[in-house]
Design a protein around this ligand. Structure first.
Ligand code: ADP
Length: 409
């Protein structure tokens, strides 16, 4: 039997999962998969280490309206049925919001779960799903050690200037501050940077652009977070798939007071109906917009890139200059068009792209005469969760590791 760590990354409309060998230094999972399109058109994909993609869809109840609450136990049952010599000895979870108290990975216990539940209003599209995943495992395998890794932790190195809103001091002291998100992705990239063509230059002034359905930027110096585009919630900053990004707060007052919108309607508008979807009126999906002939699709893409480029220059000021830009996540890793449109707007900084390398999604896409180095590095949130889980459990060893099947009633 091979001991493995189960990693669950529950997003707003997807659940990514992976099984990593519970061995120090191992980066490759033995199995990786994703349940996507939750709430609309659920799809299930899984891939073993050797790239096999058996058709397992039929074994999961993929009802169109199946929720995270339905699918997480189903996924867990599916994993349990695939007993091919693997023993799950620990689980690691992505949790979006750690609030003020949690600065690093933490072992799951009842008090921690109560703390995290209090943060649900600050991450309504993510936090509840992570908690469902944790509780599902607590119920199924009470003695399985579980670890949570926070998206907010990586940004706790920022100084107070970067973290504080221009609000009355008492509100800042009560915890209304800029936390920042996508920290697990940024940590993974920060760890990988020295192995890339940047080498020792990765200690310089780097902006990492995590451009996925959710999108943000992180300004790093010495591979630590100096500033980020997301704030108190994952709404601030860049335009995203369905989220608006930064917005004049006066618009919110107008929608509430002038238009009589309820807070529920407003939350739905800001989290679900805005961004690429709202501007295009077509889709939140960048690949779909790139293939669409309507001018509104192109306008949404241009706006996404305009906003990202403007925000990059703001973060360059926080860094006192800029040496390198790294693109990552679904759009950052795959869209040559988006990278081209963003870098074109940074030409005044001396940034240019190698067009061929950009088309190929090569690691280095720096133009011959570019003043900045520009890279594409695939992120791996599950990988960092697995290694952080192993690291924490090796410091706080558990008395009993049990397989899922052995522990079931
Ligand atoms: P999530 O935030 O859900 O993890 P991902 O990081 O998987 O999101 O990114 C999803 C986004 O990446 C979608 O908008 C998708 O269209 C986009 N994307 C993926 N592949 C491509 C591609 N080849 N060209 C353009 N966009 C792409």
């Amino acid at each position: 039997m091979t001991d493995v760590t189960l990693v669950l990354n529950a997003g707003s409309s997807s659940i990514k999962f992976a099984l990593f060998p519970a061995v120090e230094g191992v980066q490759e999972p033995v199995l990786r998969g994703k349940l996507s399109g939750i709430g609309s058109h659920p799809r299930f994909t899984a891939q073993t280490r050797d790239g096999t993609t058996p058709n397992w869809d039929a074994q999961l109840p993929l009802h169109p309206r199946a929720s995270h609450e339905d699918l997480i136990p189903a996924l867990f049952d599916w994993l349990e049925r695939h007993d091919d010599g693997l023993t799950i000895t620990a689980a690691g979870h992505r949790v979006v919001h750690g609030g003020r108290e949690h600065h690093g990975p933490a072992r799951v216990c009842p008090t921690l779960l109560d703390d995290l539940a209090e943060l649900i209003p600050l991450a309504p599209n993510h936090q509840p799903h992570s908690l469902v995943a944790i509780q599902c495992l607590v119920d199924a395998v009470p003695r399985l050690p579980q670890v949570v890794c926070f998206d907010t932790s990586f940004h706790r190195t920022q100084d107070s200037m970067a973290q504080t809103f221009a609000l009355p001091r008492a509100l800042s002291e009560s915890g209304i501050v800029r936390y920042g998100f996508h920290g697990l992705s940024y940590q993974y990239i920060a760890d990988r940077l020295p192995e890339t063509p940047l080498g020792t230059r990765s200690e310089g002034r780097v902006i990492v652009a995590h451009l996925g359905n959710g999108a943000s930027l992180c300004a790093m110096r010495q591979r630590r977070s100096v500033a980020t585009s997301m704030g108190f919630t994952a709404l601030e900053g860049l335009m995203m798939g369905q989220r608006c990004g930064s917005l004049d707060p006066g618009v919110l007052l107008h929608l509430l007071d002038g238009k009589g919108m309820s807070t529920t309607e407003l939350r739905h508008l800001l989290y679900e109906e805005s961004g690429l979807l709202g501007v295009s009126g077509i889709s939140n999906d960048m690949a779909e917009l790139e293939a669409h002939p309507a001018p509104e699709a192109r306008e949404a893409i241009e706006m996404f890139c305009y906003r990202a480029a403007c925000e990059m220059t703001s973060l360059a000021t926080a860094l006192g200059g800029l040496d390198s830009i790294v693109f990552t996540a679904g759009i950052g890793e795959n869209s040559a068009l988006v990278r081209h449109l963003i870098i074109q707007r940074l030409a005044w900084l001396g940034a240019t792209l190698d067009t061929d390398a950009n088309q190929r999604n090569a690691t280095s896409i720096t133009g011959k005469d570019s003043a900045l180095e520009i890279l594409v590095i695939p992120t791996d949130e599950e990988g960092i969760i697995a290694s952080e889980t192993r690291r924490l459990l090796s410091v706080q060893p558990t008395s009993s590791h049990r397989t899922i099947q052995q522990s079931r009633p």
